[in-house]
Design a protein around this ligand. Structure first.
Ligand code: IMP
Length: 193
């Protein structure tokens, strides 16, 4: 029998990625698939706090096991910015393109472009809360390359590669990414319960 879980997101890219990582033993429902159309405000000032807010909200209201993730791009020479504010980095009218423009402008010509993606997954079940973290180190490219992926993928080059996440085949990104690392920890936990 498949294990049913709710992933507190409607992001099609993330759902696709996580379903590919979890495989056939799991049935992962999105928020809209369980009828949740509420705006869950991410008011925390850490990745962990925001993941907890989303997982708890859905688990409590829909009486289900729910996990939620929150991800930040943390750039060393920007003291970890944009971090928890990655989605809204460019302000009110932000989108991925504007966020990347702001990031490239903030870095200018600096050679120290080391950065990491960090994902925290919160799993809420039966009033218990667990956290799983995944990190991938890399660097920010001087300009965009590649068409795949989403968010900051076109400017993030993972360590050990000379291509951005947007240029790498999705199978490679899905096997090494911050979300993959955090998800593998989640899966290991679920399988050993
Ligand atoms: P979220 O917490 O997953 O919604 O992500 C916050 C921000 O980080 C958003 O702007 C996303 O576009 C970006 N982001 C999250 N995951 C990735 C990724 O795998 N690649 C590139 N950007 C990402």
């Amino acid at each position: 029998m498949k294990t049913e879980l709710v992933f507190a997101t409607n992001n099609a890219h993330k759902l696709h990625e996580i379903r590919a990582i979890l495989g056939n033993d799991y049935l992962v429902h999105s928020l809209s698939e369980v009828g949740c159309f509420d705006e869950i405000r991410e008011t925390g000032d850490t990745l962990q706090a925001n993941a907890e807010i989303k997982a708890r909200y859905v688990s409590e209201r829909y009486c289900c096991t729910c996990f939620a993730d929150d991800t930040g791009l943390e750039v060393d020479c920007l003291q970890g910015a944009p971090g928890v504010y990655s989605a809204r980095y460019a302000g009110e009218d932000c989108n991925s393109e504007r966020n990347i423009d702001k990031l490239l402008a903030a870095l200018g010509g600096t050679e120290n472009r080391a950065a990491q993606f960090r994902t925290v997954i919160a799993l809420a079940e039966n009033n218990c809360l667990l956290f799983f973290e995944g990190v991938i180190r890399g660097r920010i490219a001087f300009e965009r390359s590649g068409e795949g992926g989403f968010g900051y993928d076109s400017v993030f080059v993972p360590d050990g590669y000379d291509k951005t996440f947007a240029e790498l085949p999705p199978e490679i990104k899905n096997s090494i990414s911050h979300r993959a690392v955090a998800t593998k920890k989640l899966v290991a936990y679920l399988m050993n319960k």
